[in-house]
Design a protein around this ligand. Structure first.
Ligand SMILES: *Cc1c(COP(=O)(O)O)cnc(C)c1O
Length: 382
């Protein structure tokens, strides 16, 4: 089976992890700050906080922005469930904004409309979480204008978009947001096995996320409520978590990040190949954008005739092509249905879901495999 995504591990990656295994620190050592430093350089953000998953990063980001019971958090229905669950961990009310049909990203005009309605009923969101689907950034400048006008904060869920750019700035620069989060799960752009990161330009938000990442405990006398008892002393200031990344993971991520430009170039080349192989088929291909360079975490096609999606999907799987669907709209999950959402709530998202297939895309996918995938798809659509 050709998988839809797959990690790429080199001997250099393996050596980097072994070096940590032979060192003094498996966790809480020097590799984590080195990995964080690397990401401040890659993104130009001032602070980076590495954690054990993007889900943890989303949770910490919500907490740092004071999301709590009664807060309102809005996101896109076309995402992984973690983009919405993070707000639920804080007891917040989650709501969704429908998507734009071509990119699958949150629709700016639908958002404006919903914000105007919410202003009338005094139910404006405290935080909006745009998701850069497949690695293509949302229109962050427009989102920023709305954030200023309607007074909400922004967490970018850039799980798919490590290495992408927006208006020639790296995604993660946080130029138009408060916090950006990345995922380093094996199917994503670079991996630490499990892992994630939060980027921000705010020292307060960075401090808050660092504190909460490790039990809410500080060893910094400046933050203590009474004079330190001695060099062993620490204080727990808040109810935090153990969301720490290990040094093994950070060393793997650091090693992988050296190849990031190469990985992005490769993914874009593979996307270009698909574009040439598939453009004549009765499907819509990912939009070609010049202002926004996609990281191409996913290659999502939309069938013009969605009634044929299941048969085409099954045919591809039977041909040993590991296609997938990204995503089942979050509001239709039973957990969210229990909260009052239902089919029909977000028509664009549901129409998108009905018509999509994610084709395999990862650095080691070969040209022969791409031809095989294209030929199989052409036959199934004929
Ligand atoms: C993968 C993913 C997450 C969660 O990432 P983990 O690192 O597995 O916690 C969150 N949001 C989106 C959009 C994702 O694709």
């Amino acid at each position: 089976m050709i998988p839809y995504g797959r990690q790429h591990i080199t001997q250099q990656d393996i050596d980097a992890v072994i070096q940590v295994l032979q060192s003094d620190f498996l966790t809480q050592g020097p590799a984590v700050p080195a990995f964080e430093q690397r990401f401040t350089e890659l993104t130009t953000a001032r602070y980076a906080v590495a954690v054990n998953s993007a889900t943890s990063a989303l949770h910490l980001a919500c907490l740092a922005l004071d999301v709590k019971p009664g807060s309102r958090v809005w996101t896109s229905p076309i995402t992984f469930v973690a983009s919405a669950n993070c707000a639920r961990y804080c007891g917040a009310l989650v709501d969704f904004v429908d998507i734009e049909a071509d990119t699958g990203n949150i629709c700016i005009s639908a958002l404006r409309h919903k914000l105007e309605q919410a202003r009338l009923t005094d139910t404006l969101p405290q935080v909006v979480i745009p998701v850069h689907l497949a690695g293509l950034s949302c229109d962050m400048q427009q989102l920023h204008y709305l954030a200023v006008e309607f007074g909400f904060r922004i967490i970018e869920d850039a799980s798919h978009a490590v290495g992408a750019t927006y208006h020639n700035q790296p995604v993660g620069s946080c130029q138009y947001s408060d916090i950006t989060i990345f995922s380093f799960h094996p199917v994503k752009i670079i991996t630490t096995a499990e892992g994630g990161m939060a980027l921000t330009n705010s020292p307060q938000l960075a401090d808050s996320m660092r504190l909460l990442r490790s039990h809410g405990i500080t060893r910094d006398a400046e933050h203590m409520t009474e004079p330190s008892h001695g060099s062993w002393y620490y204080q727990q200031l808040q109810l935090g978590f153990n969301y720490r990344m290990t040094d093994l993971q950070a060393a793997l991520g650091l090693s992988q990040s050296q190849r990031l430009p190469h990985i992005i170039a490769k993914r874009q080349q593979l996307a270009k190949n698909y574009q040439q192989l598939l453009h004549a088929l009765p499907i819509q291909l990912p939009p070609a954008e010049t202002e926004r360079l996609s990281a191409f975490h996913l290659y999502i096609i939309r069938l013009n005739d969605s009634t044929r999606r299941k048969a085409v999907f099954d045919g591809l799987r039977q041909a040993e092509i590991g296609v997938n669907v990204h995503y089942i709209p979050v509001h239709t999950q039973p957990y969210y249905q229990q909260l009052g959402f239902d089919w029909g709530d977000y028509p664009q998202a549901e129409a998108f879901y009905d018509s999509i297939i994610s084709l395999p895309l990862y650095p080691e996918l070969t040209s022969e495999q791409q031809h095989y995938i294209a030929d199989t798809l052409r036959t199934l659509l004929a």
